[in-house]
Design a protein around this ligand. Structure first.
Ligand code: SAM
Length: 362
């Protein structure tokens, strides 16, 4: 039995069944055995592949987007460029390479990376060192110095722990992870939990029996802190993730291992666990503290408006046949309707006095 599974069973024996959020936190972020803490799960050899790992165009366009936001902010002389959950650091490498076209922006920024995984932090340092930028790493947003900033987070919020609530004849209960008689992990429902009214939107609260609603407290807390800082100091944040534009019913918790779906309760710490992001809730959260929110819109719309097709044409001009087909397949994966183009969404949060960021206009 893996040490993490053993630890989880002991925790359940001592405390009773764990919420999905506690289970996810242990599986992904247990300091010794958590999925992100122990290695590098990204890329073709890993368990899943993300947009920056698919094509350089993704990071390049987002880098240039940051320069346009800085312009809309009135070109502050000093501000932070922050990436949260940077994986291998590929997005930042591609962004900074593209930003040689915007030297005054590069002069104005201090770069901050927020990463909880020591092993991925090492990987990021290695990837970024040749660019010779002065970069600081932090474990949380609270560690970044105060002031105006632009923050990027690709596939971060889907990795934050969610709680799951299920509607039964006895009302809403909480889905939890317990142990069965054979000493395996199993799903169960805790009807003793009192679900706060504010968690589930009214129309969904009245939904049919069997409805499952997912609530991401840590995502809401994070977006609250980021939006409060934007409202105070100016700037913007860009969240890209798979999720729904409107709060909805549904069990979206999934495990992925070796690019295949996996049983969520098998092999904790050895498979990625994610849940769809409730973008409507995050946009409401930002507005509630005085920031503006744009979207969420499909990734395909956002990247097309930033000129991804034009960039692909440029790249193809100087490319070998093999490189050309990589550019074409990368473009298709990023904006294809049946690939990441529709499923992935983009939400921007900005200071209320700033204009609408690029990529969100019709
Ligand atoms: C799915 S990976 C995405 C990596 C990268 N953004 C990309 O697109 O390739 C999630 C990243 O978020 C990091 N992460 C997870 N929880 C975090 C947290 N609470 N704060 C900061 N980083 C976190 C992981 O270690 C990893 O780097």
């Amino acid at each position: 039995m893996s040490e993490l599974l053993d630890h989880l069973k002991r925790r359940i024996a001592a405390e009773g069944p764990l919420s999905v959020a506690d289970y996810m936190s242990e599986a992904l972020a247990n300091p010794k055995h958590g999925y992100y803490m122990t290695g590098d799960p990204l890329g073709k050899q890993g368990d899943f592949i993300t947009a920056p790992e698919i094509s350089q165009m993704f990071g390049e366009l987002i880098g240039l987007w940051c320069a346009t936001v800085w312009d809309q902010m009135g070109q502050p002389e000093k501000m932070s460029l922050i990436e949260m959950g940077p994986g291998r650091g590929t997005l930042m490498v591609d962004a900074l390479r593209a930003l040689v076209m915007a030297p005054t922006f590069l002069d104005a920024i201090e770069i901050h990376m927020i990463e909880t995984s020591p092993s991925l932090q090492i990987r990021q340092r290695r990837n970024l060192q040749s660019l010779e930028f002065d970069i600081q790493w932090h474990e949380s947003f609270a560690g970044v110095p105060e002031g105006p900033f632009i923050l990027i987070a690709n596939e971060l919020i889907d990795a934050l722990p969610i709680r799951q609530f299920e509607k039964t004849v006895a009302g809403w209960g909480e889905r939890k992870v317990g142990r069965n008689e054979g000493d395996e992990l199993q799903w169960m429902l805790d009807q003793s939990v009192i679900v706060p009214d504010s968690f589930i939107p009214r129309d969904l609260f009245e939904g049919p029996l069997g409805s499952i609603f997912e609530f991401c407290q840590s995502g809401i807390s994070l977006v609250t802190s980021i939006s409060e800082s934007i409202a105070k100091f100016g700037g913007a944040a860009l969240f890209i993730d798979y999720g729904h534009t409107q709060s909805a019913i549904g069990d979206t918790l999934q495990a992925v291992k070796n690019h295949q779906y996996h049983n969520v309760l098998l092999d904790p710490g050895e498979a990625d666990l994610t849940a769809h992001v409730d973008f409507e809730r995050l946009a409401e959260t930002a507005r509630a503290v005085g920031a503006s929110a744009y979207g969420a819109i499909p990734q395909s719309d956002f990247l097309r408006r930033l000129g991804i097709e034009h960039r692909a044409k440029q790249l193809k001009k100087a490319a070998s046949d093999r490189q050309k087909s990589e550019v074409i397949s990368g473009l298709n994966r990023l904006i294809g309707e049946n690939e990441m183009g529709r499923l992935f969404k983009v939400l921007a949060i900005a200071h209320a006095d700033q204009p609408m960021p690029e990529g969100f206009a019709g």
